[in-house]
Design a binder for this molecule. Structure first.
Ligand code: GLU
Length: 282
C-alpha cells in the first residue's frame, strides 16, 4: 500500500442555497471530529452549482457560520490548496470531461422526459430514497446521434445494471445493499439546463480531491449506491463512507432549510453558544 493511501482526507460540502442549520452542523462536526481523530485533513468544498439558488450572500454567511461554530479546514475556496478549484462552479471543465468519458463508454443516454412524464408513468414507484424511479422510456435512444449535451431539451441519464445488488460497508451502519432498477433507477448525470447533477459532481470532486472517507447524512445512502456505479464506470477507487443520523425537529421531521429557527444564524442571534451545542453531541 502506498503511503498516500494512509492519509485521512475528509470533507464538508455545504450547498449555499440557504442558511446552514443544526443538521448540517452536526454532520460537519462529525466529519471534523473524524478527521481530527485520524490526524488527517478536512477540506471545504462549496457546492454552488445551482447558480439561480446559490446567492453570494448565502456563501458569505456560510463561511461566517462555519467559523462561528468552530470549523477549521485545511483546504478550501478561501485558502486554496493543491486540489483547486474548491468551488464547484469553477470546476465545470472537470465534470464535462467525466461526462464525456461516461458517454463514450456507453453508460449514458439522452432523455427528453419531463418530471411530469415520469410522475405520470404507471410503472414509476418511488425509489428507496423517495426519488421517482425512472420508468426507462428513453433507454433505447441511440446516444451517438445526440451531440450537444448542453442542449436544453434533454438531460443525460446513467443506465443502471438492472437487478444488480450494489453493496458497500458503511463505517457506522455496516453492510448496506441496494438493488439497481428497484431501489433506484436510471439517474441524471447531466441536467437539461446544462449543469452536472449532484451525483456526477460529487463523485468527480471526491475522487480528484482524494477524499478517503465521505461523511454525510443518512438521506444520501441510496445516492452512495448510485455514485459507486459512477466510480466503477470511470475506473476510480471509491472512498470509504460514514453516514450520520439525521437531526429531526420535535415532530420527527428531518431538518431542512425551511427550519429557520434552527439555523446557526438564528441560534447565534438568540444567544446560543457554539461550545454548548457541540457539547450536547458528545
Ligand atoms: N452539498 C451536499 C448537501 O448539502 C453534500 C452532499 C454530500 O455530502 O455528498 O447535501
Amino acid at each position: 500500500m502506498c503511503a498516500s493511501s494512509l492519509i485521512y482526507r475528509g470533507r464538508i460540502a455545504p450547498t449555499p442555497t440557504g442558511h446552514l442549520h443544526l443538521g448540517h452542523a452536526r454532520t460537519f462536526w462529525i466529519a471534523q471530529q473524524r478527521a481530527m481523530a485520524e490526524g488527517g485533513s478536512l477540506i471545504l468544498r462549496m457546492e454552488d452549482l445551482d447558480r439561480s439558488r446559490c446567492k453570494p450572500s448565502f456563501i458569505t454567511d456560510c463561511y461566517e457560520d462555519l467559523k462561528w461554530f468552530g470549523f477549521q479546514w485545511q483546504e478550501g475556496p478561501d485558502i486554496g490548496g493543491p486540489h483547486e478549484p474548491y468551488d464547484q462552479s469553477a470546476s465545470m471543465h472537470l465534470y464535462h470531461t467525466a461526462m464525456e468519458t461516461l458517454k463514450a463508454k456507453g453508460h449514458l443516454y439522452p432523455c427528453t422526459c419531463s418530471r411530469k412524464d415520469i410522475q405520470q408513468a404507471q410503472r414509476a414507484p418511488h425509489a428507496a430514497d423517495d426519488e421517482w424511479l425512472y420508468p426507462g422510456t428513453c433507454r433505447a435512444t441511440n446516444s451517438s446521434t445526440w451531440k450537444d449535451f448542453s442542449h436544453q431539451s434533454h438531460c443525460w441519464r446513467f443506465r443502471v445494471p438492472d437487478g444488480e445488488i450494489i453493496s458497500f460497508e458503511d463505517r457506522r451502519l455496516g453492510l448496506k445493499h441496494y438493488r439497481a432498477g428497484q431501489d433506484f433507477g436510471d439517474f441524471v448525470i447531466w441536467r437539461s439546463d446544462g449543469v452536472p447533477s449532484y451525483q456526477l459532481a460529487v463523485t468527480v470532486d471526491d475522487h480528484r480531491m482524494q477524499i478517503s472517507e465521505v461523511v454525510r447524512g443518512e438521506d444520501l445512502l441510496v445516492s452512495t449506491a448510485r455514485q459507486l456505479l459512477i466510480y466503477r464506470a470511470l475506473g476510480w477507487k471509491a472512498p470509504a463512507f460514514y453516514h450520520c443520523p439525521l437531526v429531526c425537529d420535535d415532530s420527527g421531521q428531518r431538518l431542512a432549510k425551511r427550519h429557520a429557527s434552527l439555523s446557526l444564524r438564528m441560534l447565534r442571534s438568540q444567544g446560543s453558544d457554539a461550545e454548548s451545542l457541540q457539547a450536547s453531541w458528545s
